[in-house]
Design a protein around this ligand. Structure first.
Ligand SMILES: O=C(O)c1ccccc1NCC(=O)[C@H](O)[C@H](O)COP(=O)(O)O
Length: 206
């Protein structure tokens, strides 16, 4: 199971989240987010054995690449509008676009969208809403069961210790992206919720 925890704002939150089984830590570069972080601060946060993911909403390829360099990022999560050219400029091995199931009237249309980007991305992330993230709202898990994706896909949107079991059983994703459901307050992770979520995932993933 590919587990990503998003919204790192300090070394303490990164240390808390760098536990067994966590594969990605997310840094949000979006000034209006309560989880926004500046590139030098993200750079100073030490990580080990995890992929460092930068979350971008509406930025040019140049800005994204500059921030990736400054903040020592491995992957760009494209949570706003994106196209083939943007993905190609960043490089397929470093791209995780955010797809929006609610914007598609059929499952086939979502799968066609995923297929269109097959050679341009390393992972796909599926989130609720139409732009941005961290809304705390869940997708309809059962509608995603058996989804055909050319790359491993992560389920995002309103995941918390309360609904992880249902999410895994119904959507059956390759990975999970957790954020506001593990917070004590916007931008501040709650140690109890983080431990609880990761132990649930470990138990269900055995
Ligand atoms: O979390 C934010 O504040 C945010 C702002 C702008 C763009 C993306 C953002 N978050 C992206 C994520 O990867 C979240 O983990 C994902 O949307 C799920 O969030 P949540 O519904 O809070 O679990």
């Amino acid at each position: 199971m590919l587990v990503k925890i998003c919204g790192m704002t300090s070394q303490a939150s990164a240390d808390l989240c760098q536990q067994d089984g966590v594969k990605m830590l997310g840094f949000i570069f979006h000034p209006s987010s309560p989880r926004n972080i500046e590139p030098p601060q993200a750079r100073s946060i030490q990580t080990s054995g995890v992929l460092r993911v930068g979350v971008f909403v509406r930025q040019s390829a140049e800005d994204i690449l500059r921030t990736m360099d400054k903040a020592r990022l491995d992957i760009a999560q494209l949570a706003g509008n994106f196209d083939e050219e943007l993905c190609a400029r960043i490089g397929a091995e470093r791209v995780m676009p955010v797809f929006r199931p609610e914007a598609h009237s059929t499952r086939q249309s979502l799968e066609q969208d995923l297929a269109r980007y097959s050679a341009l991305m390393r992972y796909a992330l599926l989130d609720a809403g139409s732009i941005g993230g961290g809304h705390g709202r869940a997708l309809n898990f059962s509608q995603l069961q058996g989804l055909i994706s050319p790359v491993p896909w992560l389920l995002a949107g309103g995941l918390s210790p309360q609904n992880l079991g249902q999410a895994l059983a119904e959507a059956r994703p390759a990975g999970l992206d957790l954020n506001s459901g593990l917070e004590a307050a916007p931008g501040r992770k709650d140690p109890t919720k983080v431990h609880e979520a990761l132990s649930i995932i470990r138990a269900l993933d055995e």
